[in-house]
Design a protein. Structure first.
Length: 159
């Protein structure tokens, strides 16, 4: 069974988002073992100070890279990433599963991800050119992972 590690920066606070993530993780459990690692988002005194933001991203990168399984296929969720259809994402998941059996997906903080983290990743994935709150992105990611597995296993969920 594939091991999926989802590394996120920041915490979920809203119950409805926590519940939605829990539901999709439960559904995913028939296909893969899911491990979620939530890391603390660095505080930035002045959000307009670009150097302070870069320092925060660098500090978050240290924490992310320490937790990401070294033998996993690493996927960074970022706005400049490639957009995939649900079928293409299923193919990517299936290939990663066949190659290593371990996948790590990384969602950065509200400021994004350090270039250092992105360079460590085989894939830069974007779900849309639109911007989503990073807390909502977790729900979208889990739903799309579940959809990917229903496509891979020819289940009726995907239409």
């Amino acid at each position: 069974m594939t091991q999926i590690t989802v590394i996120t920066v920041g915490t979920l606070k809203e119950k409805y988002l926590i519940d939605a993530c829990a539901e999709y993780k439960k559904r995913l459990s028939q296909f893969a073992r899911v491990n979620e690692i939530s890391l603390k988002e660095e505080r930035i005194a002045d959000e307009d100070d670009k150097s302070a933001v870069l320092r925060a991203l660098d500090s978050e990168a240290d924490a992310i890279l320490e937790k990401v399984p070294s033998d996993a296929i690493k996927i960074a969720l970022c706005v400049e990433g490639k957009e995939y259809s649900s079928e293409e994402l299923a193919s990517l998941v299936s290939s990663a599963e066949d190659e290593r059996g371990k996948i790590a997906l990384i969602i950065g903080s509200s400021h994004g991800l350090s270039e250092r983290v992105k360079r460590e990743c085989r894939v830069r994935l974007s779900f849309s050119r639109m911007t989503f709150p990073h807390q909502l992105m977790r729900v979208i990611l889990y739903e799309q992972l579940y959809r990917s597995y229903t496509i891979i296993h020819n289940k009726r969920y995907h239409k």
